[in-house]
Each structure stands twice: as structure tokens, then as C-alpha cells.
Design a protein around this ligand. Sequence first.
Ligand SMILES: Cc1cc2nc3c(=O)[nH]c(=O)nc-3n(C[C@H](O)[C@H](O)[C@H](O)COP(=O)(O)OP(=O)(O)OC[C@H]3O[C@@H](n4cnc5c(N)ncnc54)[C@H](O)[C@@H]3O)c2cc1C
Ligand code: SF4
Length: 507
Amino acid sequence: MTRNLILVLGDQLTPTLSSLAAGDPTQDRVLMAEIADETTYVRHHKKKIAFLFAAMRHFAEELRAAGWQVDYIRLGASNNHPSFTAQLAAAIAEHAPTRILVTEAAEWRVAQMIAGWAARFALPVGVLPDDRFLCAPATFKTWASGRKQLRMEYFYRDMRRQTGLLMDGDQPAGGQWNFDSDNRKPAAPDLFMPQPPAFPPDAITQDVLALVARCFPDHFGDLTPFWFAVTRADAEAAFARFVQQALPKFGDYQDAMLTGEPFLYHSVIAQYLNCGLLDPLRICRAVDAAYRAGRVPLNAAEGFIRQIIGWREYVRGIYWLKMPGYEASNFFGHTRPLPAFYWTAATDMACVKAAVSQTKTHAYAHHIQRLMITGNFALLAGIDPHALHEWYLSVYADAYEWVELPNTVGMSQFADGGLLASKPYAASGAYINRMSNYCGSCRYDVQQRTGAQACPFNALYWDFIARHRDKIGRNPRMAQMVRTYDKFADAERDRITTSAATFLASL
Ligand SMILES: Cc1cc2nc3c(=O)[nH]c(=O)nc-3n(C[C@H](O)[C@H](O)[C@H](O)COP(=O)(O)OP(=O)(O)OC[C@H]3O[C@@H](n4cnc5c(N)ncnc54)[C@H](O)[C@@H]3O)c2cc1C
Ligand code: SF4
């Protein structure tokens, strides 16, 4: 008889996971399953499904090699069920465990499901904390309570003190907490661009690729070339290569965008972190060590560590603080449907085309493309934030609701009214032109504000300011733009309104 039935979810691929640490390979059994409902509650990118199933299958082998009995239920197998609950019911009937063990789910939707199991199965269900994160939801709640504003910067400083990363005693290394102002250089095409390593699919991954091609032909995105790491060893090799080749320039070019360069100096590791192949604290310690050894400059090490122990932990805290309900936020009341070019890349806007095309190919776009191209466009065009949230959740290999939703709804769409971001990330074409070389090859003219040839971001930007002046005029960081708009002549304001309306009507 099985003592504990340990359910390991698809983003829990970590051998030191709390549920496994609490179990015993000689008495307990692990259940892992490729669940149809999880692949289609939004229609995930083909590469994302393949990545997760391949990583899960390799992890199941890793557990077996470590002595665990693992029931791994493949999609399409006769004993496969479409939901976690149905799959678990079948496993309980087969093994008659005395208890279910599971590490807490990262997403509210799955946590709700788990919360119903004890009553449904009349069995004790042990839900253990996910200690792969550095800040538990309850700790974040305590940090947040009583604060007027939940700014990431102050949370981040506490995380630096808690972890000791980049700390010299009780002071930040280099005497400064944040070097972001050094990190805004535009990139030049003649710079050497390191590429993330590509891992040829082995037999296990080849099987998964065939399955995904067969079962998900209508999902967005290209299945091949498939180059992601699907084992811990390969994910660690990819990270080591990033530290060696790209990290030294990560800070300088963090906000840059270049035609034909999807990765620049980014790490391309979020998909590995978020499913548990990489450990956040461990990689931050490696970056701290590289800085101490003089191999990477402080602005790069600090910028990278801030993304992980700052932003990543902070957005998770916001997610659990505000769910359920956060997904329905819509501060500006935006309702426009998502334009078809978010799926097809069929647009004359060179910047949007580049971001969507590489998303289709790689299930990846870097942060500034997500925030300042696809996110910024949606904000200016008044796209329904929930439709946009479902798009981001579907198309990126690293997308899970706990991290994607606050980034989309809070950071990129300001749909929470400023809980997460201190101002809307709205920008005209001038910003995109400064940080990229997209405009040079675009059919639109970034210098023109209105008219058929003008960059659509320009009229949309000023139209956004005009439409929402009551809501954003009170924001000290936006008030200047409202005043600038007010100084435009009436005829120019009319041209802005007409240009924006004509463009939006064409979507
Ligand atoms: C609209 C929008 C949606 C996003 N959706 C997701 C998502 O679904 N999943 C996801 O992991 N990230 C998301 N992000 C954050 C960020 O864009 C990605 O983490 C990053 O682009 C992943 O690429 P990378 O691994 O090369 O990151 P790098 O630029 O190399 O950064 C290093 C790591 O820092 C972490 N990080 C950086 N910025 C953030 C952030 N804002 N929030 C959380 N972690 C961060 C990631 O783990 C990332 O791997 C989103 C951002 C925006 C604006
Ligand atoms: S001109 Fe406008 S639409 Fe074209 S690439 Fe530049 S910012 Fe994008």
C-alpha cells in the first residue's frame, strides 16, 4: 500500500521540492501527469507545451534514478484524465494512499482545486510551502500592510538584506542599491551578440515534439526549431554560459532592442526558473560571486539580481495579495478586442512585427519588447487588459499566471490604477526610436505625429493622454505630458484625434 501519494505539478521540477523532501521513496509514490485541461485553459504556444512535457518526462526519469516510484501519465495514454482532480481520483482508486502530499500551487486557480480535495476524496491533503521562493505570500502581506504605496524598490532592499546578496555588511555593495540609471544604453548592431545555447532534442524530447505536433496543430507558434534545455544540467549550462558571455553587458543594454536580435544580452532563463529547473537563490549567489571575482561589473550584477529577488518575488507577492479579482482590473475601462496581428505579425509597424514574429518562433521576447512594444501598443490603443493577459499567458514559454498577470495588468496596462507601477508605461515612437533600430526599416515615419505616414504610436500616445487626462493628470509623473498636450493648438489636437481614430478603425 502507498503511504503518501505525492503529486508533482508541471512547474515543480525540483528534486528538493518540499513535498518530495517530506516523503520517503521506500513508502511513497509520485504522481505526474500531462493534463489536457492545463494545455488548453488558454491555448499555449506549441513550444511551451513541448518544453514543459519534455522537462516533466526528464524529471520523472531523474526521480526514478533517485529511487522514487513514479507514475507518469502521458497525454493520450488510456489511463490519462483531462483534469488534475480526475487524474488524482484514478490514482487514489489504484493505490489507496493514506495521504495526499503536494507543494502549494503557484497559481490561484490550481490552489482552489487543491483546496477542494480533502473533502472530495475524504483523505488528508498535506499542502506544503513552496520554499523555492524567497518571500512567502504571508510575509509579503505583512510587508504590504499599512503601506500607502507598494514600491518594488523598498521590497527589494529588504530582500537584499535578507539574502545578503551584494551586501557589504549592512550596506549595499558600491554604496548604492540600484544602478538602473546606468542601464539604458541603446545597442548598436555591430556589437558581438552572444546567443543562448541550443540543445538538440534527445529521444524523449523527440517523442514529445511528435505528440505536440499531433495534438495541438492549431495552437499559436512554431514547434521547431526546438532548442530549449529540458534537464537541470542543461539549464545550468545555459545559465553558466549567460554569466560568462552576456551578463557583463546585461546591465548596459537591458532596455535595448535590435532588429534580428531577439535575445541581446538577456539571460533567457525565465522558462527554466519558473518550472523549477533553476534555483533563484543559487543563481543569484553565482552572480554575486562573479561580481566579487571581478568577472562582471556591479551595474550588471545588481541589475540581474534585482530582477530575480526584486521584481520576480515582488510580482508574486502582489499576485497572492490581490487574487482573486486582480485579473478583472481595468482602471482605464479599455474594451477594444486584441488585434489579429498579435497572432499573425501581419502589421506594417516594424517594432510590433519584430516582437510578435520572434514570439511566434521562440516563445520568447525580452522585457522591453513585452513592456514597451506589445504592452505599450495595447495600452495606447485601449485593448481589453484581460484579452491581453490571456495573450501573454499563452505565447511565452515562461508564462504562468502568478508572474504574467501582475506584469501585464499592473506593470504594462496600469489596469490596477497604480498599485504596482508608479506611472503608466506609455510612450510614443520617440522612445522606441531611441532604444532600437526598428524605425529605420519601418514604413511609418517616427518623426511625424499625425497623418497616414506618421508612426501610429505618436497619435495614439497623445490621444491616450487626452482620453485619460482625468485619471493620469493627478499623477506627478504624467502631469507634465497633460500640460504639453494642452499647449497644442486646437487644429493639432483635432489632427491627433482624427489620426488615432482612423488608425484604430483600421485594426
Ligand atoms: C507584459 C509582460 C508580461 C510578462 N510575462 C512574464 C511571464 O509570463 N513570465 C515571466 O517569467 N516573466 C514575465 N515578464 C517579465 C520579463 O519580461 C521576463 O521575465 C523576461 O523577459 C524573461 O526573459 P529573460 O529570462 O531573458 O530575462 P532577463 O531579462 O535576463 O531577466 C532575468 C530574470 O529576471 C526575472 N525577471 C525580470 N523581469 C521580471 C519581471 N518584471 N517580473 C518577474 N520576473 C522578472 C526573470 O526570471 C528573468 O528570467 C513579463 C513582462 C511584461 C512586461
Ligand atoms: S516608426 Fe513607429 S511603428 Fe514604426 S518601428 Fe518606429 S515606433 Fe514602431
